[in-house]
Design a protein around this ligand. Structure first.
Ligand SMILES: CC(C)(COP(=O)(O)OP(=O)(O)OC[C@H]1O[C@@H](n2cnc3c(N)ncnc32)[C@H](O)[C@@H]1OP(=O)(O)O)[C@@H](O)C(=O)NCCC(=O)NCCS
Length: 277
């Protein structure tokens, strides 16, 4: 495979040809996810024989930028392509004054450690099934477009960064499940995926509020569900286990340098997903 020896810039029009890379890895993204990330962020890739064989995206979130969708097709691995794309994405972020961060799969962690990324928080992907039956918690209602303002403000103080573009996109997707606490002290967004409905971010002022949001979502969603829960929120793990979920794989939240990431992590229960933070 003759790889073109220069990273290319990717834009929203590349979403369709990037999708086979995440499909090959068995990941959950749909073309709508690639479209959102390549619209909001900077995409980089390598081509061989006119085909995209490697990708990385840098999402600017203010003082920190999220590196995501680091994928290399199996036939092009161990040639340094992921390293070069992550360096390109990290350099673009650092030039803009943003510290690079990401959620790493165990395979990715091996690459990023060599590049100065350090693990700061651990997550577990849980997989299970929606009940598609049962009552919504009285404290929870469907989220509406006019909830975006306070949801962004709560995300800004809990996640600690500005990801309004991502939240607006997730909330605007037709038919996507989204839930808000009546008290405006928590929210849960979700999106359809190739393998499962992805629940997250789940942000709430207390474990009880997170529990109510999760139960309401599971009561309304049918079929396979995944949740990327933070390991330092043991109540959520216990709730998921009791709901029949099982751990599928770990992720490490990493950033360049050892300083903690901003935000109030006691409020973040499940991540938006490794590609979104
Ligand atoms: C992880 C992945 C992106 C690595 O791509 P790659 O282009 O093969 O990575 P590189 O060639 O840049 O590897 C750089 C270094 O990382 C380490 N590394 C890479 N893959 C590794 C593996 N499977 N096991 C152990 N170390 C590994 C090695 O130190 C390697 O250097 P070396 O080849 O000189 O020994 C690729 O395997 C992939 O797409 N996997 C599936 C999707 C995935 O997990 N993506 C990461 C998301 S966080």
């Amino acid at each position: 495979m003759a790889v073109i020896d220069r990273p290319l810039s990717l834009g929203p029009f590349d979403a369709g040809r990037a999708l086979p890379l995440s499909n090959e890895a068995g990941w959950n993204q749909l073309e709508a996810d690639w479209l959102m990330m390549l619209r909001l962020g900077l995409g980089f890739g390598f081509e061989a024989d006119g085909r995209l064989v490697a990708s990385a995206v840098a999402l600017p979130y203010g003082p920190v930028g999220w590196i995501s969708m680091v994928l290399v097709t199996a036939a092009a691995r161990r040639q340094g392509l992921a390293t070069r794309l992550v360096e390109t994405a990290a350099a673009a972020l650092e030039r803009a004054g943003a510290r690079p961060a990401l959620d790493a799969t165990p395979a990715g962690e091996a690459v990023y450690r060599t590049m100065g990324f350090q693990p700061l928080r651990q997550l577990t992907r849980w997989q299970g099934t929606g009940w598609h039956a049962g009552d919504a918690a009285a404290s929870v209602r469907p989220a509406r477009p006019d909830d975006l303002h306070w949801i962004c403000a709560m995300d800004r103080s809990s996640f600690g960064l500005d990801r309004r573009g991502v939240l607006a996109d997730l909330l605007a997707r037709p038919g996507a499940p989204a839930f808000a606490r009546e008290a405006k002290d928590g929210f849960l967004l979700a999106r359809a995926g190739r393998n499962a409905t992805h629940l997250g971010p789940l942000t709430a002022a207390s474990p009880a509020a997170a529990n109510a949001l999760l139960h309401t979502a599971l009561a309304q969603i049918e079929g396979p569900v995944i949740v990327d829960a933070f390991d330092d929120q043991p109540a959520l793990g216990a709730t998921l286990r009791a709901a029949g979920f099982t751990p599928q794989r770990p992720f490490a939240r990493m950033a360049r340098g050892a300083d903690p990431l901003p935000g109030n992590h006691s409020l973040t229960h499940a991540a938006a997903g490794p590609e979104l933070g």
